[in-house]
Design a protein. Structure first.
Length: 114
């Protein structure tokens, strides 16, 4: 394109005017700029979310597809409450049985109706 403009002006004028020389310089600068690879532009975007409102949560639990090879530990489904691992729950000792004392044996028989 530059050569076309230059040949066109050469036919009309014998010496190019200063404005034509300026246009040639600008055209050369634009061609160099267009041929040079553009540097990638990256911007760091920071987003701050103060609150988040969730309307609906869907859980899809497929227990039919669950296969268990080895079962260890505990599986809690639903509400789980924190229980510290270090706490050992000791069962209360059963109340002592009263000492057996010998009591007389009683047998009750009814009269036969005849």
């Amino acid at each position: 394109m530059k050569h076309f403009i230059l040949s066109l002006f050469k036919k009309t004028e014998s010496s190019p005017s200063p404005s034509v020389t300026e246009l040639e310089k600008r055209l050369t600068a634009l061609e160099q700029k267009m041929s040079a690879p553009a540097a990638p532009v990256s911007e760091d975007t920071h987003i701050h979310i103060e609150s988040l409102h969730v309307d609906k949560i869907d859980y899809h639990l497929e227990f039919g597809e669950l296969s268990i090879d080895q079962l260890q530990g505990r599986l809690n489904i639903g509400a789980t409450y924190y229980t510290p691992k270090d706490t050992h729950i000791k069962k209360a000792a059963p109340p002592p049985k009263p000492k057996e004392t010998k009591t007389p044996t009683v047998s009750i028989r009814s009269k036969s109706s005849s």
